[in-house]
Ligand binder design. Structure first.
Ligand code: ATP
Ligand code: MG
Length: 409
């Protein structure tokens, strides 16, 4: 039995990046031998085990064959005869298809090291096209390593395009897609993920609502970058630069979907795009079964981001409605995330990235003012039921009026 480090751990060590999780491949062993050594099996029909002490993943060397559509349509073959080279050839990218023994001797039959030096994401073999998830994986690696200068090899992009056109992407489950999308959004350059998907035609299939934003103009006075797609990418980039959480990044990606529905005669204006976009945001949320907090924030940011930008001009009553819609009393963090998304939207405009965003503190102050209304004294005055609710609202409105006056001095 011979044991090798494979995949990300080898790649990232060669890149001089920190290695977080290590994947291992075991050549020349049987399931029985693994179990006898105390390894715990992970899946029923999958020859993968967890190390009894470290908990790291050890997979028996295996070959794969495509036997149908989608992820389920694979036959695995693991046996002590499968060689390291045979195991490595089924992997997605050459830089992910290197192995290393405990002496750091590299096995690199598909020239991963050469591609690391050339900063190229290149597929290992034509079997790449057998798993549509690889389109998303390559786009995610492109987002992660863009800062180091990596790009997708033209022949790999061509294969990705072929996969996108074949209809295979539609066979991906929401869970597998979301896992890649969410990880990609958390990379340093999440906009590169979207760009690569667009370049190979996968964006049109997976997120046609986002794809439709490219080529849609906005008024140059507010949006010097003009193109709505370019703007969306910049907003996402700002969100990463400002280390925003996944909820905010997802909301940033979807905030302007309504602009893709504007009739051309109305360009470059986008009347009521906030409201029109909601059904698109809902559709995309559901398509990928995004977690509830991501879904909620995306819808709220979609509907109210213009309110955020106009915060200083809003009437106290409108401001109160905004705060009520966010349920700021029970969900303070969600309102903070809304403010962050609005700020990223404002910064995601060409040449305006560094401009201050006074709306953020103004909105925080308004929330504090509304929250400062104490309920207890109103209860003591004898208000109850719907009357109490009305009275609380009146008091909050008063507090916001006072806030608006002091804040604008
Ligand atoms: P990360 O740093 O994101 O963990 P990784 O390269 O280790 O990157 P994993 O998802 O942990 O990625 O997978 C480990 C290895 O398994 C990959 O490097 C690759 O060789 C292989 N692999 C994983 N998923 C696929 C896939 N869908 N198709 C082909 N090979 C894959
Ligand atoms: Mg890994």
């Amino acid at each position: 039995m011979r044991i090798y480090k494979v995949g990300g751990a080898v790649r990232d060590r060669l890149l001089g990046k920190p290695v977080t999780d290590i994947d291992w491949v075991v050549v020349g062993a049987t399931t029985e031998e693994m179990l006898a050594k105390g390894f715990r099996p992970v899946g029923a029909d999958f020859p993968v085990f967890l190390h009894p002490k470290s908990g790291e993943e050890y997979a028996l060397a295996r070959t794969e064959r495509k036997s149908g559509r989608g992820y389920g349509g694979f036959t695995f073959h693991a046996s002590p005869e499968v060689t390291l080279e045979e195991d490595l050839i089924r992997r997605d990218l050459t830089i992910n298809a290197m192995a290393e023994d405990d002496q750091q001797n590299l096995t690199d039959p598909y020239h991963g090291q050469r591609d690391l030096e050339a900063r190229l994401l290149r597929h290992v073999s034509p079997a790449f096209a057998e798993d549509p998830l690889r389109v998303l994986r390559v786009a995610r690696f492109a987002a992660r390593y863009a800062t180091l200068g990596f790009t997708v090899a033209p022949e790999t992009l061509a294969l990705m395009r072929q996969l996108s056109e074949s209809g295979e992407l539609e066979a991906l489950t929401p869970e597998r897609s979301w896992k890649e999308i969410s990880r990609a959004l958390m990379e340093d350059q999440p906009q590169v993920f979207v760009e690569v998907l667009r370049a190979c035609g996968a964006l049109k299939v997976l997120m046609p609502e986002v794809d439709a934003l490219f080529g849609v103009p906005q008024p140059p006075a507010h949006h010097p970058e003009i193109d709505t797609g370019a703007h969306t990418l910049s907003v996402l980039q700002q969100a990463a630069l400002h280390k925003q959480p996944l909820t905010v990044r997802w909301a940033c990606l979807l905030h302007d979907l309504g602009k893709g529905l504007t009739p051309e005669e109305e360009w470059p204006r986008h009347i009521a795009h906030e409201f029109k976009g909601l059904k698109l945001i809902k559709a995309i949320n559901e398509r990928f079964k995004a977690p509830r907090d991501c879904q909620e924030l995306a819808l709220l940011v979609g509907e109210y981001h213009t309110h955020g930008h106009r915060a200083l001009d809003l009437k106290p009553s409108t401001l109160l409605e905004l705060l009520q819609s966010f349920d700021i009393y029970r969900r303070p963090q969600r309102f903070e995330e809304f403010i962050a998304a609005c700020e990223m939207d404002a910064r995601g405009r060409k040449g305006l990235e560094e401009r201050s965003y006074p709306q953020a503190n103004y909105l925080r102050g308004a929330a504090t003012a509304a929250r400062s209304v104490a309920v207890q004294p109103l209860l003591e005055k004898g208000f109850k039921g719907p009357e109490l609710g009305e009275e609380i609202k009146r008091e909050r409105l008063k507090a916001l009026k006072a806030y608006k006056e002091t804040a604008s001095i």
